[in-house]
Design a protein around this ligand. Structure first.
Ligand code: BES
Ligand code: ZN
Length: 968
């Protein structure tokens, strides 16, 4: 995954939450409107009770304790500030487990029609009181609870002393007059809330049907991790699984969807102008998997070979773009069932593209929701990268049906059991659908190598990490949980062999089916590895401490043509001078390393255990061996300079075939650049590895080279060295691009991906031909309406706009953007618009972001980030974000991961003390980093490293480039 294409490929860690909080004042105002507006009579009757206003904190995730109004008994309660105690269970973030949910019966009426935007709900929660208690706590947020009633199972009413909302921990607290006896109780609640304040929870979206020209609305939901409590009161922890019986009330002419199949729709008892669609009672599941949709969409259907009914829903004008994702859905469901030997347990499975969706996609069980760009694919309009993204996202979400839905992590500290697994299994699903794409190898450049960069910082974190507050829970959806999680599973598969690995996984799924599991329970099912070590002792070193090792190889000739090898392990850091305390890790930053290699034609392995600093062994050849076969191990390898030079020379002399596996060449290039960047290896060596690239025609090595070169380019952007680098790189890129040309009609999928990187490199290094080509196609498109081949569009819009985009050109793209129905093309246009050189246009574009009729909430962060990647736009975006910080926090809350990622993504290329100071000043002025707290530490660390890098490397890189240009 490269920087620029991050929005089309790979895991996407900076584009989700677009929460809009309801501040206290806004809330009372809305309550007033609800009471005053003549809503459907039935609803008012249904809801005519007292109300309290929840969700009054600014950040939408809690905040300071506020006095709140009790409802059922009408008394005002001053919440005390005393520390947590068992007599005040609401003071704890976590539920005690003394009361467990069994079944929720929920009726919801989302009134999203025309300009309306409110929902009304009523619920009966069947609860199992395990230990008698006076308090029943249930999560709510941003809603009014208007009626609370508690009954024993025989119907006897339980008198309540008071009920109130405890903002800090988002609890609706129900206090009984006397102790509630152990056994079953029924908690009845009525509640209502806004559909328009956020795009998480239960919310409204709109779209224009391009065929009818009509504006249409819908309601849909997205709860993970902590937003189910915005839509219905619930015990909102993943371990508290329960069953759900849902009824959705809606207008005729709309369809209602939920996790389970719909039963018969009939007129609603409270208002016969509406209908009610009840759904079958669900299987036991976590609250975050519940989903509600009311819309007017169309669908296509299929059936898997195991007889599962599958459907894909989209807006009626876009449904023809859903064929590809239906195919991937079918093939991955079949594959996973074969591989994991556990059936898909629901009677149906649906997927749906939502016009405004906060994440890439969400694995609601039986009703998977997507941002349209990740589910729809039109072969005539979207690129190879776009198609791959759809395949990967679909295969990822389907993987969650097993990893996450059937077996769920017990608590968010083991999130990787969901996301790491899905991020690994997604490659298997995409691969079975598109075998020619070499997906299993692509994992090296899309997950393994990129996350090594993140994990080498001292502000990384272990895969298994303590999280409690909602902001921390949001924050842990990051590259470590996803990509490192996936990478260590791939490594374990290699160590155990496929059969043992998949058998163990299957046993794990069967054992914890319908329940929850922990990382240790997974390891237990996987047993032992070679040498009698337990999987747990090997894998703990990868999950319980952050970071990764590099293996230092030294060699000496032995007698009779053998080579003696010494391999030692050391923590790999983004820069070798970074200070850390080994005692902060339970394993003192030593790992269990499976060092593997090909000796002659034989595959061999060597353990370096967590108790060993080094091992010695011999190989039966004199030619240097490449360790870490196909880079399946989560470590880097450093060799003596002579060995590195030997690799480079072999590649130079014999071309790519000297090291036949593309993943191995990728590993060498990626490791050499990153070792050089960290000060472990001279840049001369890494640059030498690029010498052969003019003959490299595989996507993988080019992708790693792209990343290594781009870092140097970003550092040199404002310096005189840029031109020297430019000349050199173009001697490598040009020959390949000239050979494959811009015409991709005959190209394989992987060649299309490679071409995209090469065009970007060539144009970013101001290659005249490249720019000429892009501008000409841009003019053809704008002036003569000649369409651009899908794989080139992103680049043509970007470079065409940046080369000579006028105000009229900007306006032309903008008008297309507003009416575009192909989601990927919308992104291309949105991207192109960010690259104008006219500062005032960029400023206006930034201001458009504040208008949701122009830029959807889901796209907000993408636009600001794209502008910041425009050399002309970066300081503009930085100023804009600083000037608008309070607005951003109010609109998105500090709990938003996307907001958390925003500043780091703008500043992490900075490489001067002056810029570092600006960033520090900003963090001091706004100390609450929320879900971006770790991101801030990482950004600061990056800038500090960039400063050191400039000091240490500018000179020698320049010398090397000049010498080698002279040779060329
Ligand atoms: N479970 C996540 C959705 C999610 C992400 C919920 C972040 C809460 C916070 C889903 O399975 C997912 O991982 N989506 C990715 C796309 C995926 C293919 C990598 C996303 O939204 O970025
Ligand atoms: Zn996921």
């Amino acid at each position: 995954m490269t920087d620029e294409t991050q929005h089309t490929l790979g895991h996407d860690f900076h584009k989700d939450s677009s929460k809009v909080s309801l501040n206290k004042r806004g809330c009372y105002f809305l309550v007033f409107i609800v009471i005053a507006l003549p809503v459907v009579v039935g609803v008012v009757v249904w809801h005519l009770t007292d109300r309290a206003c929840n969700g009054s904190s600014e950040d939408g995730t809690g905040g300071n304790q506020v006095p709140v109004v009790g409802t059922s008994v009408g008394s005002t309660v001053q919440v005390t500030t005393a520390g947590p105690s068992t007599t005040e269970p609401w003071k704890y973030l976590r539920l005690s487990g003394d009361v467990k949910p069994v079944h929720y019966e929920i009726t919801l009426y989302p009134d999203f029609y025309d300009d309306n935007g409110w929902f009304y709900g009523n619920e009966t929660a069947e609860l199992n009181v395990i230990k008698s208690t006076k308090f029943i706590l249930i999560h709510t947020n941003h809603m009014n609870v208007t009626h609370t009633e508690l009954n024993y199972s025989d119907g006897t009413n339980i008198p309540l002393a008071r009920t109130w909302w405890y903002a800090e921990n988002q609890f609706w607290v129900v206090e009984a007059e006397d102790v509630v006896r152990a056994g079953t109780v029924f908690l009845k609640l009525r509640f209502d809330g806004s559909l328009t304040q956020a795009i998480v929870g239960f919310y409204k979206s709109s779209y224009t049907n391009s065929v009818t020209g009509k504006r249409r609305h819908l309601a849909s939901s997205k709860f993970q991790p902590v937003d189910a409590r915005r839509a219905f009161p619930c015990m909102d922890e993943p371990g508290l699984k329960a069953e759900y019986t849902v009824t959705l009330v809606h207008k005729r002419g709309y369809i209602a969807l939920s996790n389970m199949p719909a039963l018969t729709t009939s007129p609603w008892e409270h208002n016969s102008s509406l209908v009610a669609t009840p759904f079958k009672r669900s299987v036991p599941m976590s609250t975050y998997l519940v989903c509600f949709v009311v819309c007017d969409f169309a669908n296509i259907t299929s059936t898997t070979k195991y007889g599962n009914e599958i459907r894909v829903f989209a807006t009626p004008d876009r449904i023809q773009q859903a064929e590809f994702s239906l195919k991937v859905m079918k093939m991955s469901m079949e594959l996973y069932q074969d591989l994991f030997k556990v059936e898909f347990p629901l009677p149906k499975n649906d997927m749906i593209g939502i016009p405004n969706f906060v994440s890439g996609a969400m694995e609601h069980w039986g009703l998977i929701t997507y941002r349209e760009v990740n589910m729809l694919y039109d072969p005539l309009q979207a690129s190879a990268a776009n198609q791959q993204r759809v395949a990967v996202v679909v295969a990822h979400e389907i993987a969650h049906m097993w990893f996450g839905n059937i077996v769920t992590m017990d608590w968010w500290d083991d999130l990787w059991l969901n996301e790491g697994f899905a991020s690994f299994v997604e490659y298997l699903g995409a691969n079975v659908s598109e075998p020619a794409w070499e997906m299993l190898d692509q994992m090296v450049v899309d997950d393994v190598k990129p996350v090594m960069v993140t994990d080498a910082g001292v502000n990384s974190h272990p895969i298994v990490v303590d999280v409690n507050h909602p902001d921390q829970i949001n924050e842990v959806f990051d590259a470590i949980s996803y990509s490192k999680g996936a990478s260590i599973l791939r490594m374990l598969q290699e160590i155990l062999g496929g059969e043992a690995f998949f058998n163990g996984i299957s046993a794990y799924l069967k054992k914890y089916e319908w329940s929850t599991a922990t990382t240790d329970q997974l390891w237990d099912e996987l047993g032992q590895v070679r040498g009698g070590y337990s999987v747990k002792e090997v894998m703990d070193t990868w999950t319980l401490q952050m970071g990764l090792p590099y293996i230092n190889i030294s060699t000496a000739p032995g007698s009779g043509g053998i080579t003696n090898v010494m391999a030692s392990q050391h923590r790999f850091l983004a820069h070798k001078s970074l200070a850390y305390d080994p005692n902060e890790s339970p394993f003192r930053y030593k790992w269990f390393v499976n060092l593997d290699y090909i000796d002659g034609n034989e595959y061999k392995t060597q353990w370096i255990t967590k108790d060993q600093d080094s091992v010695t062994f011999s190989v039966s050849q004199t030619q240097p061996v490449k360790f870490n076969v196909k880079d399946t191990g989560f470590y880097r390898v450093n060799y003596p300079d002579t060995v590195w030079r030997d690799f480079a020379q072999r590649l130079n002399q014999s071309g790519p075939n000297a090291i036949p596996e593309p993943a191995d060449r990728t590993g060498l290039i990626d490791d050499s650049f990153n070792l050089a960047r960290g000060g472990y290896l001279s840049y001369d060596v890494a640059l030498k590895m690029t010498s052969y690239l003019d003959r490299e025609f595989h996507h993988l090595p080019w992708d790693s080279a792209f990343n290594g070169i781009t870092y140097i380019k970003d550092m040199f952007l404002n310096s005189g060295m840029f031109n020297t680098l430019r000349k050199y790189i173009l001697t490598k890129v040009r020959p390949v691009l000239d050979k494959i040309t811009w015409n991709d009609e005959q190209s394989s999928h992987l060649e299309k991906l490679m071409r995209s990187n090469l065009i970007q490199l060539a144009c970013d290094f101001s290659d005249t031909d490249c720019y000429g080509n892009a501008t000409q196609r841009f003019r053809d498109f704008v002036d003569r309406n000649i369409s651009i081949p899908p794989n080139l569009r992103l680049h043509v819009y970007k470079y065409g706009m940046s080369a000579d985009g006028s105000e009229a050109d900007w306006e032309f793209l903008w008008q297309r953007f507003l009416v575009e129905t192909v989601p990927q093309e919308r992104v291309n246009l949105m991207y192109g618009l960010s690259f104008t050189k006219h500062v005032w246009l960029l400023n206006r574009y930034l201001d458009y972001c504040k208008d949701p009729t122009k830029i959807l909430s889901q796209d907000f962060f993408a636009v600001v980030t794209y502008i910041s990647r425009n050399p002309v736009g970066n300081s503009l975006a930085w100023d804009w974000v600083r000037n608008n910080w309070e607005y951003l926090v109010t609109r998105f809350t500090t709990g938003s991961r996307s907001l958390g990622r925003l500043v780091p993504s703008i500043v992490d290329k900075y490489n001067s003390r002056f810029k570092l100071q600006e960033v520090e000043d900003f963090f001091v002025k706004y100390p609450d980093g929320g879900a971006g707290s770790r991101g801030r530490d990482q950004a600061r660390e990056s800038i500090q490293r960039n400063i050191i890098w400039m000091r240490d490397n500018s000179g020698n890189i320049k010398d090397w480039l000049e010498n080698n240009l002279a040779d060329a």
